[in-house]
Write a protein that binds this ligand. Structure first.
Ligand code: KG4
Ligand code: ZN
Length: 384
């Protein structure tokens, strides 16, 4: 076993700490002697959050939805790399092996004893059913044993909420581009937990397109970060790939045509013996993908008169997307926020942030909480 596998990665106390410089001032409650947050005037709400929807076993303790007291992520990337993608059964087994250790590490690092927690939160979906069930079962057992409230959290809402950790002043409403391995949505976050659907992908998610292209050009798994790195060596204008528009739905996305265009280019080159640079190919693919994401987001922001934009999900850590969106927002005077990469990809701190607002709304789960692999984020249609 490698060192990477042995020890879970930890966020807090390191240079990559997402909450650096955002600490809230605290004082002690005269009645309880417990530290109070000046921001809320209430006793701090400290939630232990667990995430296991795919190939990361993660746990975090988050205070008042914004302050990460600890965040531990055990990544299974090395385990799945040999298979070229996530193998659900192997992922489940790894989650079982690691979840105790990861939760224990998160609790220790936070310095918060179990009895001082306010609730246990867990990702209930969407994701892989086996991996989800490990987290849900663990959280239910812990909530029952410690007599703590339980909160089932939507993974996508978690991704959006990572922005609340990274940007302590961020408040709804804002427009959010959610780009992960399984989802591509453009939503207006009207309030905490209230989403209006502006656009969505009609076929592949953006992350899926990155992963499929990475596989077809021989970069392997995990695709997104590898394409990002390879593209830095190439010319993004070397090839021109189509930017699909969806008829009558100006903010919707479609990435399957782009993915096919890349495959066709490769097949054609193989047949004719034409030489090309892989770095140029992935840089051109990435540019086409990023341009569509940015153009639709900016168009929606202009049309809906929203001047605050956020990005969320694994693809939001893409360097080209971050730079292109930043420049587009700067030119129009829009505010842009996105979390640091470690909060864009799967982690439990974002689940703790989303759970806090559920906690405030009293949206608790019963011990009959189940994993819902196809869980949808409840969204109000744009025209309603
Ligand atoms: O949000 P996430 O960690 O998991 C899901 O909920 O799906 O997103 C994973 C996706 C994968 O498709 C991965 O290839 C992509 O995010 N990704 C990236 C980058 N880092 C991760 N895509 C492009 N550039 C990156 N730097
Ligand atoms: Zn995710």
């Amino acid at each position: 076993m490698t060192e990477h596998e042995e020890r879970p990665a930890s966020l807090t106390g390191q240079a990559q700490s997402p909450e650096a410089g955002v600490e809230m001032s605290r004082e002690t409650s005269p009645e309880t002697g417990v530290e109070m947050s000046q921001e809320t005037g209430r006793d701090p709400v400290r939630i232990l959050a667990i995430e296991s929807s795919c190939d990361e076993t993660a746990a975090a303790v988050v205070e008042n939805g914004r302050k990460v007291l600890s965040s531990v992520i055990y990544s299974q990337i090395e385990t799945h790399t040999v298979f070229g993608g996530v193998v659900p059964e192997i992922a489940s087994r790894k989650h079982i092996e690691k979840i105790n250790q990861v939760v224990d590490a998160a609790l220790k690092e936070s310095g918060i004893p179990l009895r001082e927690l306010s609730a246990v939160a867990v990702t209930m979906g969407p994701g892989l059913v086996g991996p989800l069930l490990i987290g849900v079962s663990f959280a239910k057992a812990l909530a029952f044993a410690e007599d703590l409230p339980l909160l089932g959290v939507n993974h996508i809402e978690g991704h959006v909420s990572a922005n609340f950790i990274a940007h302590p002043d961020l408040e709804p409403p804002f427009l959010c581009l959610i780009v992960s391995g399984g989802h591509t949505h453009l939503v207006v976050v009207e309030d905490y937990g209230r989403y209006r659907l502006v656009g969505r992908t009609r076929d592949d998610a953006a992350g899926e397109a990155f992963d499929k292209v990475a596989r077809s050009v021989g970069l392997g798994y995990p695709g997104g970060p590898k394409v990002d790195a390879e593209a830095k060596k190439g010319n993004p204008d070397a090839m021109v790939f189509p930017k699909a528009k969806v008829h009558d739905a100006p903010y919707d996305f479609s990435f399957s045509g782009l993915k096919s265009a890349v495959l066709n280019f490769q097949n054609h080159a193989a047949m004719t013996g034409e030489q090309y640079s892989r770095a140029d190919l992935v840089a051109s693919f990435q540019k086409a993908c990023v341009d569509v994401l940015v153009e639709h987001t900016i168009a929606a922001a202009k049309d809906l008169k929203i001047r605050k934009i956020a990005m969320a999900g694994g693809v939001a850590s893409n360097s080209c997307l971050r730079a292109t969106m930043q420049e587009a927002c700067r030119r129009r005077g829009f505010t842009l926020c996105f979390p640091p990469p470690v909060l864009c990809t799967d982690n439990a701190a974002m689940i703790g942030a989303a759970a806090y607002y559920r906690y405030l709304r009293g949206e608790f789960s019963g011990l009959d909480l189940n994993a819902v692999p196809g869980l949808k984020l409840e969204m109000i249609p744009l025209d309603a």
